[in-house]
Design a protein around this ligand. Structure first.
Ligand SMILES: [Fe+2]
Length: 244
């Protein structure tokens, strides 16, 4: 497997980042299969890994229906994720591997599952590490905090009749702000909260589910933003952002 410098990883444009991801072999998916459903549900009723994946897959299938409701979908998979047994061996091993790589200064993300309908990725942040604002074109996202503490902020693009934005600038409205701790969840859909930024207060591990997953087209359409430090005049939650 190729190794990528983690600083480089964080400064990669999204298309390059996704190129890196697609280059990673899906060894973990094989491990998941090998572990399949032998596991019983833990005593507290939490879901083991394979049951969780299959339940997500069943929901993700519905994206092909005309009437797919993304808000309802992210709500459902968030509910499933809140029941996920975080000490499941597939997950703890994946997170442990990630922690080792972080110490070695290498990659701090890893796909655990990549299917046609959705992808599940683990991401680890160092203290104070951040990912600047970016969007997820046509996609939904669900983030489950597996450990640590991380600030999230979500934005929607807006237009104001009385505000002219120059070329390459976009107005972004802050629509949600949270600090996620273990078991906390944040979601976004193609139409709501689609742009987000994250900053870790502690070493933090996240489980991300993208539905549908990134493909070449969605990767190419993705945009990163440089947010102005202060909101525009007369609005406490609308910021100018440079699109890159
Ligand atoms: Fe993201």
């Amino acid at each position: 497997m190729d190794d990528y410098d983690r600083r480089e990883f964080l400064s990669l444009s999204l298309p390059s980042f996704l190129g890196v991801l697609t280059a990673l072999p899906s060894l973990c998916a094989l491990a998941t299969r090998a572990n399949a459903a032998e596991g019983r549900l833990p005593a507290d009723g939490a879901m083991h890994w394979e049951a969780f994946l299959e339940s997500v897959a069943k929901e993700a299938e519905k994206q092909h229906l005309d009437a797919w409701n993304q808000d309802a979908y992210v709500g459902k998979i968030a509910k499933l994720a809140s029941r996920l047994h975080l000490e499941d061996p597939v997950l703890t091993e994946g997170l442990a591997q990630l922690a080792v790589r972080l110490k070695q200064g290498n990659v701090d993300f890893q796909y655990l599952e990549k299917r046609v309908d959705f992808a599940l990725c683990l991401v680890q942040f160092d203290v104070d590490e951040r990912i600047r604002p970016h969007d997820h074109p046509g996609m939904t996202g669900m983030i489950l905090c597996a450990s640590g503490e991380i600030e999230t902020a979500n934005f929607d693009p807006v237009e104001l009749p009385d505000h002219e934005t120059g070329a390459n600038l976009q107005l972004l409205k802050l629509v949600e702000q949270a600090t996620l701790k273990k078991n906390d969840i944040s979601t976004l859909t193609a139409k709501a909260r689609n742009i987000h930024t994250l900053r870790a207060r502690k070493v933090t591990q996240l489980v991300d589910i993208f539905t549908p997953p990134y493909n070449d087209e969605r990767a190419e359409q993705s945009r990163w933003f440089k947010l102005a430090p202060d909101p525009i005049e007369g609005h406490k939650d609308i910021f100018e952002a440079e699109v890159s």
